[in-house]
Design a protein around this ligand. Structure first.
Ligand SMILES: O=C(O)c1ccccc1N[C@@H]1O[C@H](COP(=O)(O)O)[C@@H](O)[C@H]1O
Length: 224
């Protein structure tokens, strides 16, 4: 199953990798603490060290679920944090912090498309977190400034992004949307860039870069 704990591939030292993306021209680095997302540990100090050594903007994600973890994440100097589980399981807290921290807090909408509709996935994608459209409406009303949208069936598969889902989310919110999951080629990024007029602000690329399907320089040149 995509995203199952223990199924991840190791691509080496996170700091070395992040510095290499910075040298290659990245403006943002999206850093996920998978141990925290799965509830099996924390790499808080490591992520703080990586963030502190980068000059580019960092989006921190994974395990940011209460005041202490939010404050620790923001104190690293990251540009933005991305809430997942807490936005689904602790709506009052999440609604308060999206309003309080504005641009520094995004919400990750990890979507599983089922016979029951568009469902959100929480706790390392192991628990149902409610209906996508209801949660999106609630977070919009709370003033959420940005969403990171992942089709969990695509993440890590190199099968191409779910542009239909991204288009649908862009149609339902005024907030900028960032695409995550499935990118396999520069062509995928070019397709995603065509959604910019709808509100798609950017795309997160992971495995395709580590698998060397293309270089970051090629990607940036294709969509700039
Ligand atoms: O990023 C992944 O590949 C991933 C795989 C499986 C589960 C979660 C994953 N990542 C991200 O974790 C955060 C959510 O963390 P939390 O729920 O707030 O603790 C979110 O960005 C997921 O996309």
């Amino acid at each position: 199953m995509q995203g199952a704990a223990g199924s991840e591939t190791s691509y080496g030292d996170p700091l070395e990798a992040a510095l290499a993306w910075q040298r290659a021209g990245a403006e943002w680095v999206h850093l996920v603490d998978l141990d925290a997302a799965f509830g099996r540990g924390s790499n808080r100090e490591l992520l703080a060290e990586v963030t502190g050594k980068l000059d580019v903007k960092v989006e921190l994600s994974g395990g940011i679920r209460d005041d202490a973890s939010l404050e620790a994440a923001l104190a690293t100097g990251c540009a933005r944090v991305n809430l997942g589980t807490a936005a689904l399981e602790n709506p009052q807290w999440a609604d308060r912090v999206v309003a309080e921290y504005g641009e520094r807090v995004a919400v990750g909408l990890d979507v599983r498309i089922t016979e029951q509709g568009h469902r959100l996935a929480a706790r390392g994608w192991t628990k149902d977190g409610g209906d996508l459209w209801e949660v999106l409406a609630r977070l919009d009303a709370a003033g959420c400034r940005r969403y990171v949208v992942t089709d969990v069936s695509k993440d890590g598969t190199l099968q191409g992004p779910n542009t239909e889902l991204l288009r649908a989310v862009c149609d339902r919110t005024e907030a900028p949307v960032i695409a995550s999951g499935g990118v396999s080629s520069v062509d995928d990024l070019v397709e995603l860039s065509k959604l910019a007029p709808l509100g798609l602000e950017g795309s997160i690329v992971g495995k395709a870069l580590y698998a060397q399907n293309f270089t970051l320089e090629e990607a940036l040149a294709a969509v700039s």
